[in-house]
Write a new protein. Structure first.
Lengths: 111, 115
C-alpha cells in the first residue's frame, strides 16, 4: 500500500521475542490494524490501535506512536505456529477511511 | 457454516471464459468487500458494498463486475480476464463500513489462475 512500509521477511527462534515494525505516512489517521495470514488461509484480525501506547493481548502486543507514524507488533514466547505473514493496515481520511495494507512481513520461526 | 465462506476455492479459466466467484457471510454484517492479493504485493481493495449498495470502486477494470443481491451474499463476475489477473481473491465483511474500529472478517479466498 502507498507509504506503508514493513520488512519483507524475518526469522526468529522458537521461545524468543520478535518485533515487527510498520511505518506509515498519511493525513487524517484513523487507526491501524494488524492481521495474521497463514499460507493459503484467510487473514485474521490481531489488533487495533488508534491511540498512542501499547495494547496487550496474550502473547501478542501492538504499539502505536501517531506522531512518529510508527507501529510495531510484538510476539512473545514464539511458537512454530506463529510462522505466517503479518499485515499492517492503516485507515485514514486520506484513504477515504478504507483499509490500506502494507505488503506484509513473512515471519519464519525455527526450532 | 460460520464466518465468511467463498466458493470455489480454486478456479482455472481461459481468457474467453465467464465465471463467477461467490462469497457468503453468516455474521449479520452490513458491509462486504472484495480484495485482490497478488504474490508479494499488498492486499488491494477492489469493491465495497454497504447495505447492498456499492460505495467504492477502486478503478477496477470492467472485466470484473460485482453483484450484491442481499447483505449476506456477494459475487464477483469475471469475463475476458488477462493472465495478470491471476491472484487470490478475498472477500471480507464487517459490522459496518470502514471508518470505525470494526474489524474485517476474511474468507479463505479463491485462488484464480487465468491461462
Amino acid at each position: 500500500g502507498q507509504n506503508i512500509d514493513q520488512p519483507t521477511e524475518m526469522t526468529a527462534t522458537e521461545g524468543a521475542i520478535v518485533q515487527i515494525n510498520c511505518t506509515y505516512q498519511t493525513s487524517g489517521f484513523n487507526g491501524l490494524f494488524w492481521y495474521q495470514q497463514h499460507a493459503g488461509e484467510a487473514p485474521t484480525f490481531l489488533s487495533y490501535n488508534v491511540l498512542d501506547g501499547l495494547e496487550e493481548k496474550g502473547r501478542f502486543s501492538s504499539f502505536l506512536s501517531r506522531s512518529k507514524g510508527y507501529s510495531y507488533l510484538l510476539l512473545k514466547e514464539l511458537q512454530m505456529k506463529d510462522s505466517a505473514s503479518y499485515l499492517c493496515a492503516v485507515m485514514s481520511k486520506e484513504y477515504g477511511n478504507k483499509l490500506v495494507f502494507g505488503a506484509g512481513t513473512i515471519l519464519r520461526v525455527k526450532s | 457454516e460460520t464466518g465468511v465462506t467463498q466458493t470455489p476455492r480454486h478456479l482455472v479459466m481461459g481468457m474467453t471464459n465467464k465465471k463467477s466467484l461467490k462469497c457468503e457471510q453468516h455474521l449479520g454484517h452490513n458491509a462486504m468487500y472484495w480484495y485482490k492479493q497478488s504474490a508479494k504485493k499488498p492486499l488491494e481493495l477492489m469493491f465495497v458494498y454497504s447495505l447492498e449498495e456499492r460505495v467504492e470502486n477502486n478503478s477496477v477494470p470492467s472485466r470484473f463486475s460485482p453483484e450484491c443481491p442481499n447483505s449476506s451474499h456477494l459475487f464477483l463476475h469475471l469475463h475476458t480476464l488477462q493472465p495478470e489477473d491471476s491472484a487470490l481473491y478475498l472477500c471480507a465483511s464487517s459490522q459496518d463500513m470502514v471508518g470505525t474500529s470494526d474489524e474485517q472478517f476474511f474468507g479463505p479466498g479463491t485462488r484464480l489462475t487465468v491461462l
